[in-house]
Design a protein around this ligand. Structure first.
Ligand code: ATP
Ligand code: MG
Length: 478
């Protein structure tokens, strides 16, 4: 972060110094919201959460070296008192970002693939200048300003993940760190219930390109009609990526190996180069193309882009992690989160990876889908029921619609490892079992698994299905 004296922080946040805070004391960062993360030079931001109140940890943060606390009421430590710490954090990030005129902000949004694309792009920009990017999915009203505040005068690129749970959210994040390049991946069904429809999701995601200046670049997915329509909503130049022949940055001759990893020729207006991804699942091609298109706009040679994309390993946990057990069972852990689109992508990856091997899947009911929830979960059941599985395990409450969909696709309720599932024949029907929790799911699978089998683990964040994958792999071996 750029060094800021407390007096300046008070000015930016319209705050008042208390607790004998020295106006000349300089905050050098990092700005933290967990007192245990405070180090000399930190600013500790006190948030009042559901379970804990940061104000109670103010003294602890200062003991650990924090210069002061950004707080809503006086605490037993030097503090800048503001009306609303969230707004003050945003104001601070906005001011810092405005001072960093030598740094280019690149925003990434979409329903699925933001973190993957952000990680790929940050890897690419790091080749041409110091880059900051959030860890994992730090993409909301707290994570976003905290990430921006990590930047300093040496930062050339800020690769940010922007997420929305409603109209206006992305506009607000873009106001804090005005992007020069905006990447929109797709408009899917994630958080459908929160938004109330795909049109509303498109409206919200499009706020990113609306925020771009005339000399900026909108990097848009030519293959997604709702994203393509966003070209009308931006003053910036548009660069298209995708499979379509009309896309400036595109993948040609895509093939998928027996582990589900894609290879293709990356074509840009300035040349072409071969890419072999280490990321699993064919949908990684879209994310790689989006990152490539943004990097192309920043002037990276296509050979460098292709080389970096080919070297990138998955950076963020529980997203398409493929592990082999000693007995030859392969576990695909995609338990980080799920929505109808990423569920389809995951079953596609299972299909590519499993080939003729026996397939199992562990899923849980998708959340936040609003009125269409039952219908979409039934769709998940039909997808799983028609995926050539030997066994399907549905974990937790609300399994009804998935079960109904799976049965409609020909699956039969039963016990894994008992009778049919343990001795599948060609054309045998998928056995579907409903279990209460991750432990029961792992136990049910262990009873049925044989060397050579492939298991896909995929569900929404709240279901915590990574515990199933971890149990299958023995402890936390990944
Ligand atoms: N282009 C894509 N199309 C469909 N599914 C995808 C795509 N990219 C990633 N996924 C799947 O979506 C899930 C989340 O991926 P990732 O973390 O990159 O997305 P995200 O947009 O950052 O998600 P979040 O909103 O939870 O932060 C993973 O299961 C991944 O396999
Ligand atoms: Mg994310």
């Amino acid at each position: 972060m750029i060094p800021l004296p407390l007096a300046r922080i008070a000015e930016i946040t319209s705050g008042a110094l208390t607790g004998m805070a020295d106006p000349r004391a300089v905050v050098r960062g990092p700005v933290v919201i967990d007192s245990r993360a405070a180090v000399p030079g930190s600013l500790f931001v006190a948030f009042k959460g559901d379970r804990a109140d940061g104000h109670d940890f103010a003294a602890q943060a200062v003991e650990a070296g924090a210069v002061a606390v950004l707080a809503e009421r006086p605490v037993e430590a030097p503090a800048v008192i503001v009306g609303d710490t969230m707004a003050a954090l945003a104001a601070l990030a906005t001011a810092v970002c405005a001072e960093l005129t030598g740094s280019t902000v690149i925003g990434v949004t979409g329903s699925a693939g933001k973190t993957t694309t952000k990680d790929l792009l940050a890897r690419l920009t790091a080749r041409i200048g110091p880059t900051i990017a959030p860890v994992g999915s730090f993409n909301n009203e707290i994570g976003h300003p905290l990430t921006v505040l990590k930047a300093d005068e040496t930062t050339r690129y800020q690769v940010l993940e922007l997420s929305a749970r409603g109209v206006g959210h992305i506009a607000e994040l873009a106001r804090i760190a005005p992007p020069k390049i905006g990447v929109v991946l797709n408009v899917g069904t994630a958080h459908l219930g929160v938004f109330g429809g795909r049109e509303a999701i498109a409206q919200a995601k499009g706020e990113l390109v609306e925020a771009l200046p005339a000399d900026g670049v909108a990097v848009l997915n030519a293959d997604d009609p709702l994203v393509a329509a966003m070209a009308e909503r931006t003053a910036a130049r548009v660069t298209w990526y995708g499979r379509a022949a009309s896309a400036a940055v595109r993948a040609e001759g895509v093939t998928v190996d027996d582990r589900g990893r894609a290879s293709f020729t990356l074509r840009t207006p300035s040349g072409a180069a071969p890419v072999s991804l280490r990321l699993y699942g064919e949908h990684a091609v879209e994310n790689a193309l989006a990152a490539a298109a943004a990097a192309y706009e920043l002037g990276l040679p296509v050979a460098t882009i292709a080389e970096e994309l080919s070297e990138a390993e998955p950076r963020s946990r529980w997203r398409m992690e493929v592990s082999d057990r000693a007995d030859g069972v392969t576990v695909i852990n995609d338990a980080y989160n799920a929505n109808p689109d990423s569920m389809r992508a995951a079953f596609g990856a299972l299909d590519a990876l499993a080939g003729a091997r026996r397939r199992f899947a562990v899923v849980a009911s998708l959340q936040e889908l609003g009125e269409e929830s039952d219908a979409l979960n039934e769709g998940v059941g039909r997808l799983a029921g028609g995926a050539g599985l030997t066994g399907l395990v549905v974990v937790g409450d609300g399994a009804g619609p998935i079960l109904a969909g799976a049965r409609a696709a020909g699956a039969v309720p039963g016990v894994l490892g008992g009778g049919e599932a343990s001795a599948p024949r060609d054309g045998a029907r998928t056995v579907v079992a409903c279990v209460p929790d991750a432990g029961a799911a792992a136990a049910a699978l262990e009873a049925a698994l044989a060397p050579g089998d492939v298991v896909l683990v995929k569900g929404p964040r709240v279901a915590g299905l990574e515990r199933v994958a971890e149990a299958l792999l023995g402890g936390d071996r990944r």
